[in-house]
Structure formats: C-alpha cells, structure tokens
Design a protein around this ligand. Structure first.
Ligand SMILES: Nc1ncnc2c1ncn2[C@@H]1O[C@H](COP(=O)(O)OP(=O)(O)OP(=O)(O)O)[C@@H](O)[C@H]1O
Ligand SMILES: [Mg+2]
Length: 472
C-alpha cells in the first residue's frame, strides 16, 4: 500500500528529528547539571573544611580539648554524610569522625601528599579504591594554615555510590521526561498526520478510483482551508468538467444515433416497399427521389459531423495567417447566388475599407460565414433583406450578418449554440442538422474571439463576430 509508505516515512522522519533533539537536550542538561552539582559540592566541602580547620586549630593550640573537636567532626560528618580525618603537619592522623577509623589514629598515612599540601594545594581524587577503607571513595585533602604556618590536613572522604545518589535521581527525571516527550510528540504527529494528510489523501484517492471506474458523479467532501482543501477543490472541479464531458459525450452519441436512424429507417422503408412490390410501379420514382433526398441529408449530416470533429481537434490545428476579410466575405456570398435569386432576397454588403486584413484561418472563417449566410437565407422571408457588414473597432474587426425576419425566441436564445438544436420545427428545413451554429461558435472561440447575436426590435436578427486585425 502506497499511502502507508508515505505515512510511516513521514512519522518516522519527524519522530527521528524529535528524538535526536530531545536526546541532545537531555544529554546537555545532564552534563550541565553534573557540573553544577560538583561545583556546589566542592564549595560546600570547602566551607566545611574551613569549620573543621578552625576546630583543629583550636585543639592544636590547646584552647579546646580533643573531645570537643571530635564532636564537631562527628556533627559535620553526619550533616554532610562524609568521613573526616584530621592529620597533623607530619601526616599523623589524630582525629576521626567515624568510629571504624579509630585504628588509624597515631599512624602516619599521608606522607606522600604532604609536599604538595604544604605548598597550599588542594588535592582531589575521584573514584580511588582506598587501601585503608577498602571502598571506592572521593577524597578531598585540604591543608590547614594558621598564623602563616602549615598546621595539618583535613581529609574528607565520600562513598562514591553516595555522591551519585542525588545525581541519579535527576538523571532519571531528565531522561524520563525526554522519553515521555518523544512518545507524546510521536502520538501527536501520528494523530495529526492521519487527520490532516493521510485520511484526506485516501479520500481523494478512493474518489479518483471510483471516477476512473465510471462513477463520474463522485466528489470528495473536504472543507479544510489548506493545500489539501485546495487539492480537494481542484479535484472536484476536475471531476465536474469530467462529468460534463461525459454527459456531453452521451448526449452527443444519442443525438447522432437518433439523427442517423430516422433517414436510414425511411430509406429502408421506401426501398423495401419497392422491392416487395407494396409500392405501385408508377409511384416508384417518387419514393426513390424521397429516398435520394434522405441520402443527401445523411451526407450533409456526416459532413457536419466531420467538420465538428475537425473543429474539436482543437485550436492547435488552426492555420492562422493574414487574410483580407472582404475577400472571404465575397467568396462565401457568391456560393449562394442561385438561392438568393430564387428567394428574391436583397443582399447588401457594406465593407469598411477596400481591404481589411485579419489574423485568421481562412477555410474556417469561410465555414463560419457560409453557416451564418445559410441561416440568414433560411430564416429571412421571401423577398426580404440581408445585410453583411464589416467594421473596424481598434484592433478588432467586427463582421455582422443581418437578416430581417422573426426574432429568435426567448426560449431558443439559450440553446441556439447547442449541438443538434433546431428552433421552431415548422420553419427549419428538413435538411437542417442543428450543428451549424455550434461549429461556428467553436471556430470563433478557437480564434480567442467572440460571437453573439442581437434581436432587432424592427424584426430581424443580427449575428456578430470579432476577429483580430492584422498589424499592417
Ligand atoms: N438568422 C436566424 N434567424 C432566426 N433564427 C436563427 C437564425 N440563425 C439561427 N437561428 C436559430 O438557431 C437554430 C440553430 O441554428 P443552426 O445553424 O445551429 O442550425 P440549423 O440552421 O437549424 O441547422 P443547419 O445549420 O445544420 O442547417 C436554428 O434552428 C434557428 O432556430
Ligand atoms: Mg444553420
């Protein structure tokens, strides 16, 4: 499953980033805290060493008895949880805080450090196994000075395991919080990426699937105001146009089959009647000529359909060049000479200049003019007027075809551009396919121009379209 892949990759990446950040923060905090802790401890021990030193000096100068000094040692040792041993200036122990160390009293133990201590150095040893006490200790040796002279040493030992105790607790809190934060943010990421990204994507995916399988009325219901919402809206509008195309296609096919069927059925009827002898010999010619008319209608329909499909092939097939629109109008009008004479129509052509050059596909514009003039002739009354005009309007040329005759009805107005739409059946000829204006409009739209019609109050209809003037 592809969506699962995206999801786990995303969540894994985020969690990895968050974990790394938290681990770095936790490590930094632990390190910093350890530093701080030992700083604190050192300054505490120094203060205590100071107190012990004072007590030692008091004893050494005979101001207080040893018992008093021992009391102070014991008190501080309990309070700070350390073992304290006092040494004289030759390294002999003379007072201890811990009963167990009593046996050390009177022994010379410190000899090897004395040189450095005498110079005023503090000595700190971490994690040494004290041979005397047989345990891992942290040792701090502080020299005692009094009246400018070296008077001895305070040694303070702490059990290593005990120093770590409070630190351990803090580490636990820091690392537990980090792990907790990682899990919580992992959960939040999981939840929100599901809600914001994965589920909507899955919805769109499944709708796309359904549409591909033919359910063109499928839509996604996502109203969020972000990119996903935008995607869903774009998807829906794509589905709308797909649906429209699909509906058009169905309507088109049913129209075409309908239009093809009726002439074929009547041709089949007439010829079958003649073959079966149902139609009397003397009527045969009449029915054959009716069948011939039907075949002509079929031919026309098929030609129109071919035109339509050629036009629908798109604007990339247009062959746009500079052409004289007046010439195009003349060419298109001449073809209708015979009909114009037989219907006794008066045709006026008003051309603005001798030559008006436009950017257009000549064949296609001839097709447009032919259709418009054909309509005008079809819908003008016997002995009526037709007016064809060109007008220059800035960078555009407007071409209009007017015929007097009845207006296009309110109801027809909306549909005249539709494929296969024919107005009032009694007035349209049997030859009509209703494809003329839809082909015309497509051609003009592909030129990126407009076409419209105006109903004239004094009876009459005017179709107008625009073309781009050639820059001459
Ligand atoms: N000049 C006009 N005056 C009045 N009505 C018109 C005019 N031109 C078009 N119409 C209306 O618009 C409809 C559609 O025109 P269109 O040219 O597409 O089809 P048609 O002329 O009926 O058929 P075809 O062009 O295939 O012969 C016509 O049936 C008619 O009702
Ligand atoms: Mg027509």
């Amino acid at each position: 499953m592809r969506k699962k892949g995206l999801f786990s990759k995303m969540v894994a990446t985020y969690i990895l980033i968050i974990s790394i950040s938290f681990v770095i923060i936790a490590a930094f905090l632990s390190f910093w805290f350890e530093e701080y802790f030992f700083e604190q401890r050192k300054s505490q021990l120094l203060t205590e060493a100071q107190i012990v030193s004072n007590a030692a000096v008091q004893y050494l100068y005979g101001n207080t008895p040893l018992a008093k000094t021992n009391d102070i040692l014991e008190y501080i040792s309990n309070y700070a949880d350390i073992d304290i041993i006092l040494f004289d200036r030759y390294g002999y122990a003379y007072a201890v805080s811990n009963e167990e160390h009593k046996k050390l009293v009177g022994q010379q133990i410190l000899s090897k450090d004395l040189e450095r201590l005498r110079k005023g150095e503090l000595i700190e040893r971490n994690n040494i196994v004290d041979k005397l006490f047989d345990e891992s200790v942290h040792t701090y040796e502080v020299p005692i000075f009094y009246r400018g002279g070296f008077q001895g040493v305070v040694v303070m030992n702490t059990d290593i395991n005990e120093i770590g105790e409070p630190l351990k607790r803090v580490y636990e809190i820091i690392w537990f919080s980090a792990v907790f934060a990682i899990f919580t943010s992992g959960f939040i990421i999981y939840y929100f990426s599901q809600k914001i990204l994965i589920k909507p994507l899955a919805k769109i995916n499944s709708a796309a699937d359904k549409i591909a399988k033919g359910e063109v009325n499928r839509r996604v219901d996502i109203k969020s105001n972000d990119e996903i919402g935008e995607l869903a809206r774009a998807f829906n509008s794509m589905a709308d146009s797909l649906e429209e195309v699909e509906n058009n296609r169905r309507a088109f096919i049913s129209n075409v089959s309908h239009e093809l069927r009726s002439p074929i059925i009547s041709i089949k009827g007439f010829i079958g009647g003649i073959l079966d002898g149902i139609i009397p010999k003397e009527k045969e010619n009449y029915y054959l000529s009716v069948a011939y008319e039907e075949i002509q209608r079929l031919t026309r329909l098929i030609n129109d359909l071919l035109d339509l499909s050629a036009v629908e092939a798109g604007k990339f097939s247009l062959n746009i060049q500079e052409h004289d629109i007046n010439e195009i109008i003349r060419l298109s009008t001449i073809k209708f000479g015979a009909v114009i004479r037989s219907k006794k129509i008066n045709v006026d052509v008003w051309l603005e200049d001798k030559e008006v050059y436009v950017l257009a596909d000549k064949d296609k514009i001839i097709q447009v003019m032919t259709n418009l003039i054909d309509n005008a002739i079809k819908y003008v009354e016997q002995g009526g007027n037709i007016e064809i005009r060109t007008k220059i309007r800035g960078q555009k040329v407007l071409v209009s075809v007017f015929n007097d005759g009845p207006n296009i009805s309110k109801e027809d107005e909306k549909h005249v551009w539709d494929r296969f739409y024919k107005g009032d059946k009694s007035r349209t000829s049997k030859m009509s396919t209703g494809l003329g204006l839809s082909i015309v409009r497509r051609i003009i739209n592909q030129h990126n121009e407009d076409i419209w019609f105006e109903n004239k109050e004094s009876k009459g209809v005017k179709f107008v379209f625009s073309l781009k003037r050639a820059p001459r």
